[in-house]
Write a protein that binds this ligand. Sequence first.
Ligand SMILES: [Zn+2]
Length: 338
Amino acid sequence: MRAAVYKSKQNLVVEEIPTPEPQSDEVQIKISHSAICGTDVHVYLYDIAPPDTVLGHEFAGEISKVGSDVTRFKVGDRVIGLGGTPPPGKESPLRRQDQYNYRLEGITNTRTRGYAEYTVAKEWEPLRLPDQVSNLEGALAEPCAIVTRAVRLSNQKLGDTVAVLGAGPIGLLCLQAAKAAGATKVIVSEPSEARRSVALELGADAVVDPTSQDPVKAIIELTDGAGPHVVYECAAAKPTLHDALDMVRRKGNVMLVALAWEDVPLLPVDWAGKEIQLNTTFASEPYDFKVAVDLIASKKFVLEPLLSDTDTIELKDIQEAFESLIKPSNQIQMVIKF
Ligand SMILES: [Zn+2]
């Protein structure tokens, strides 16, 4: 089969490799769509994966073979590669400790994942797609599960006003999840004009350009001078956590969705005086996937506007796609179609 093989820092080569065969408790998936995730772009940029790895974990396709002990799936079932519930005792080792919630279950096949024509998974790992959800939409279920979890862990209530900082894929999905959860007004702050217009298309009530206006002042004004009840920080840019804490209303909630890997200096008294609740979220659990897929099926998540004509690519063009993704661009989400 053909696969994009990670060879070395910023070097992916499409080549023939052996097609993985399922063990007795595994299924083989023929991949039809594989979304390029920012995490993989980081791996590519900073050389985090071992050579000869096939990356990619946001994919959908059809079950093409089942192991002799498999009962949950049959050939032809449409699935996404992860989101299934681990049986007792199969949770990742970190999650068995009380202190962490770092979810590593799913896609145990660490050598050959979604940037290939086929992959294999344990029977419990994939999640079935309902008829109303296309394979293309299914490939984007993982980021939908991320924002589903973020909204569920926030204290957002029916009727709240909300700000979303950053309109990359996560921000644009978070906007929709906040609306689905009953926000009456969602304001999106984003420097890219193209992304701001997609935010409006997806139901943002107002957008703010943080390069031409002070987002804190603008968003407070747009919420009758009080600030939003909830701010979702989806940018992880240098000033955005500060902005979130500065703009949120008294006793409001700031949910850290994006992961900043840099020090952010804070003066706690600045926001302690407002009795702000600062919340965090990390990855997602099987229930978040289930809710996310249901929300895609009921069109609460609309995914087409995240994908422009140039965003669907062929596997042979993956190196070029990664090269373009490490530079700033207006592109939102790229998907490989097999
Ligand atoms: Zn991902």
